[in-house]
Design a protein around this ligand. Structure first.
Ligand code: K1U
Ligand code: ZN
Length: 175
C-alpha cells in the first residue's frame, strides 16, 4: 500500500465526470487500498478516486468517529443513489481537496446506495447521519462536483482564490 498525493482545487480532474469501473481487478483493489491508507493518513472520513487523480467511479469512506470503536473501512465501486429522503440535514462540510475551508451544506438526511465491492459483489444499503452526508459528498466528487458548488458565487470565488494562493505557496515551498 502507498500514500497517493491529494489534488487541491482548482484542478480539471476534480471538475470532470468519472468513468464507470468496467471490471474489478487487482489494479482497482490496489487503488482502493492506497485510497484507504491516504484517507486515514490525511486524516479524513472519505476520499474519491478523482481526488487522487484517477477518473474512475470508486470511493472509500469510514465515518466511525467514536473513540475506541472498531473502524469500518468501506470501498464503493460504481455507487448509485437509488433513493433520497425528503428530509434534509445541514452539516458543516470540509474537503481534503479544499484544505481548511468549511461551510454548511444541505442534503437529503438519508440515502439508499447500491454499489459493487472489491470482490465484485453487489450491495445496497441505507445511510443516515454523517454516513449519508459523506457518501453524497463523495458521489458528488465522482460527478465533478465540489461542496463549494452549493455555496453562493461570492463565497465560492473567495475559497477558490484561497486555494490558488495555497497551491502557489506549496509549489514555491516544494521548489
Ligand atoms: O472527500 C473529501 O474531501 C473528504 C472529506 C469528507 C467529508 C467531510 C465532511 C462532510 C462530508 C464529507 C473529509 O474527510 S474532510 C476531513 C474531515 O471531515 C475529518 C477529519 C478528521 C476527523 C473527522 C473528520
Ligand atoms: Zn471532498
Amino acid at each position: 500500500m502507498s500514500l497517493r498525493p491529494i489534488l487541491i482545487h482548482h484542478y480539471p480532474r476534480l471538475k470532470t465526470v468519472a468513468d464507470a469501473v468496467p471490471e474489478v481487478d487487482d489494479t482497482i483493489r490496489r487503488l482502493a487500498d492506497d485510497m484507504l491508507e491516504t484517507m486515514y493518513d490525511a486524516p479524513g472520513i472519505g476520499l474519491a478516486a478523482p481526488q487522487v487523480g484517477v477518473g474512475k467511479r470508486l470511493l472509500v469512506m469510514d465515518c466511525v468517529k467514536e473513540e475506541g470503536a472498531a473502524p469500518r473501512p468501506m470501498v464503493l465501486i460504481n455507487p448509485e443513489i437509488t433513493w433520497s429522503s425528503d428530509d434534509l440535514n445541514v452539516y458543516e462540510e470540509g474537503c481534503l481537496s479544499i484544505p481548511e475551508q468549511y461551510a454548511d451544506v444541505e442534503r437529503p438526511a438519508e440515502v439508499r446506495v447500491k454499489w459493487t465491492d472489491v470482490d465484485g459483489k453487489d450491495h445496497e444499503e441505507q445511510f443516515d447521519g454523517l454516513w449519508a452526508t459523506c457518501v453524497q459528498h463523495e458521489i458528488d466528487h465522482l460527478d465533478g462536483k465540489l461542496f463549494i458548488d452549493y455555496l453562493k458565487p461570492l463565497k465560492r470565488q473567495l475559497i477558490t482564490r484561497k486555494m490558488v494562493k495555497l497551491k502557489k505557496e506549496r509549489a514555491r515551498e516544494g521548489a
